[in-house]
Design a protein around this ligand. Structure first.
Ligand code: SAM
Ligand code: SF4
Length: 339
């Protein structure tokens, strides 16, 4: 086997030859919602202590080192990223880092109405808003917040502010919202935005995940194409979603299928948690602690080495982790990993 690269200026390659180019930063594990497929019940949630959360200077320094190792795209996520005060300042700072070509964000949409313009002004490119139901009461049941009207206004404001692309993400869960797939597709078509359905992953805090609850991408394509004929447009290299275009030209639907058809072979993503752990995979349990280096005199070269080690050990993929589908002792819920 080849030796892993060492030091600054090297490529972020793993033992399978995959090269990491995209970074997801969870800027907080906290959330003002409590989606039943993500977090424990609201009063049972425990948060990472404030002093353990990376500050903007620390995030900027880590991203600088990552950019020097070839990371080009950043997605800011959480928890709910817009709970971080002045997030637009962080976006503006990351935007200026040499090598970073774009910054996007995934949000529950609660603060988008008031923040969309400032984020756009700071250099945010696009936004993906999570929307799992168009029925107000059901939305509240799924997300733990009576927030549907406000989230919909947030999506409209993001479009008006010129964030591009504006996308919608939906986690389809059997017995909860799988009867709304066509309604959600229509909502997106009417606005000319892309909708992506994500298969339910066993990273929830309530323990409701089971294979029966997963609505597969294949099922969704069958359902949507019964109303709107679809043409396959494939999955771009390193993309999580495979795209299906509406035959009438009115946009597309994306399917993110980590459970039924994983896309690990060309995965180019890594994740930084709010407390400074680097994860080379959503299901990685071998956390590499960058905060410790940042706060204890580690040099950029030390950090590069830790990052290269994490990426080198990237798990082969969910297809090789049969235990995931049979239930597993996950170290963190989705909100603390940064979906
Ligand atoms: N709070 C923001 C939001 O909800 O968009 C960003 C963080 S959230 C963890 C990121 C994405 O992960 C959301 O689109 C959410 O729907 C998705 N997600 C959360 N738990 C999931 C699960 N168990 N399976 C699949 N997707 C999940
Ligand atoms: Fe919060 Fe997003 Fe998780 Fe929902 S999916 S609980 S909005 S972090």
């Amino acid at each position: 086997m080849e030796e892993r690269p060492h030091g600054l200026g090297k490529k972020l390659v793993d033992t399978k030859g995959r090269v990491a180019k995209k970074l997801r930063i969870s800027v907080t594990d906290r959330c003002n919602f409590a989606c039943l497929f993500c977090m424990p019940e609201k009063d049972k949630a425990t948060w990472i202590p404030q002093q353990e959360i990376l500050g903007f200077d620390e995030i900027e320094r880590i991203v600088r080192v990552l950019a020097s190792l070839g990371v080009e795209k950043v997605r800011v996520t959480g928890g709910e990223p817009l709970l971080r005060k002045d997030l637009e300042r962080l976006v503006g700072r990351l935007r200026l880092i040499q090598g970073i070509r774009s910054i996007d964000m995934t949000t529950n949409g609660w603060y988008l109405e008031e923040k969309a313009e400032a984020l756009r002004g700071a250099g945010l490119r696009g936004v993906t808003v999570s929307l799992h139901s168009l029925k107000r009461e059901r939305f509240a049941k799924i997300s733990g917040a009576d927030a549907l009207p406000r989230v919909l206004r947030g999506i409209d404001r993001a479009l008006e502010a010129g964030l591009d692309p504006v996308k919608v993400n939906s986690v389809a869960i059997r017995g909860y919202n799988d009867d709304e797939i066509l309604d959600l597709v229509e909502y997106a078509r009417e606005r000319g935005i892309s909708i992506r359905f994500i298969e339910f992953m066993p990273l929830d805090g309530l323990g409701i995940w089971s294979p029966d609850r997963v609505v597969s991408g294949k099922e969704i394509v069958e359902k949507v194409s019964g109303r709107y004929p679809l043409l396959p447009a494939g999955r771009g290299n390193g993309e999580t979603s495979s795209t299906w275009r509406f035959a009438d030209g009115a946009g597309d639907v994306g399917l993110i299928t980590p459970m039924s058809d994983p896309f690990c072979d060309d995965c180019d993503r890594i994740r930084l948690t709010a407390d400074g752990k680097l994860l080379s995979c959503l299901f990685d349990t071998d956390y590499h602690d960058l905060r410790h280096l940042v706060r204890n005199g580690g040099t950029d070269d030390d950090m590069a080495d830790e990052i290269l080690d994490s990426v080198w050990k990237k798990p082969e993929g969910v297809g090789h982790m049969s235990w995931i589908k049979n239930g597993w002792e996950k170290p963190r819920n989705m909100n603390a990993i940064g979906g």
